[in-house]
Design a protein around this ligand. Structure first.
Ligand code: GSH
Length: 253
């Protein structure tokens, strides 16, 4: 059994989609990131960067003690290796896939996260709307550029890493399918190959199931005060703020 520390966001969906694709048994352990669960000492012992998703595999590859893994890229690589699915074994093909996995982790995810932050949350945080302009220009510009990178790759390949559906697609799809919502739904006409791939991957039954896991979590309407506390918790993190929780986690480990 695999415990999945999870909240329904694109980074969380990557893992539930992969587990569904692999047909593995899993148990969802909600990590309410707006409520501060990511700072609980028991979670920090599994995920020291106070971010979900993370997994604990109670029947790890190679045997032994339960294995905890954080960072969605590492989780997908591990599950692919454990099941022998969605990541070729031959080095040449394997690295064709892994380069796109790392590309997603270092580019598409962070740039979309920052674009979303400045476009959708920034207006409640910055006193002067002008402060937001550069952030929006920079990160929406990057998302536009990255959409072009995927579109060019998909103009010559059925999937991101070639002819086969792999963890490169599983890790990129949850963010890519939100690009229209983030920028403008009309943008798809500029990226037809990306749109073809977004629709094809989205039609897979495991993707449909995985992306809806726990969709009721976090649906409660927050009061203005709760919303403000949530923003402070998520967007005002410093070492001083998380140090105590981290020390507690180390003490109890
Ligand atoms: N690179 C990480 C990113 C994970 C991440 O940013 N998770 C967010 C939710 S999507 C989170 O846990 N945020 C909690 C916080 O900001 O304190 C991964 O891919 O696993």
């Amino acid at each position: 059994m695999i415990d999945v520390y999870y909240w329904p966001t694109p980074n969380g969906w990557k893992v539930t989609i992969m587990l569904e694709e692999c047909g593995l048994d899993y148990k969802v352990i909600p990590v309410d990131i707006g409520g501060g669960d990511q700072f609980k000492p028991e979670f920090l012992r599994i995920s020291p960067n106070n971010r979900m998703p993370a997994i604990v595999d109670h029947d790890p590859m190679g045997g032994g003690e339960p294995l905890a893994i954080f960072e969605s890229g590492a989780i997908l690589e591990y599950l692919a290796e454990k099941t022998g699915k969605f990541l070729p074994a031959a080095p040449t093909d394997r690295y064709k896939v892994l380069q796109w996995v790392h590309w997603q982790m270092a580019n598409l995810g962070p740039m979309m996260g920052n674009a979303n932050h400045f476009k959708n949350y920034g207006k409640n945080i910055a006193d002067d709307p002008k402060q937001l302009e550069y952030g929006i220009k920079r990160f929406v510009g990057e998302v536009d550029r990255l959409s072009g990178v995927m579109d060019a790759q998909l103009s010559a390949n059925r999937f991101l890493a070639g002819d086969e559906y792999t963890i490169a697609d599983i890790i990129s799809w949850p963010w890519a399918m939100l690009i229209g919502r983030l920028i403008d739904e009309n943008m798809w006409s500029e990226f037809p190959h990306l749109k073809r791939w977004v629709d094809a991957v989205g039609a897979r039954p495991a993707v449909e199931t995985g992306r809806h896991v726990g969709s009721d979590l976090g649906k409660r309407e927050l009061t203005e005060e709760e919303e403000k506390a949530r923003r402070d918790l998520l967007f005002n993190q410093t070492n001083a703020k998380v140090r105590k929780a981290r020390e507690e986690a180390v003490k109890n480990s």
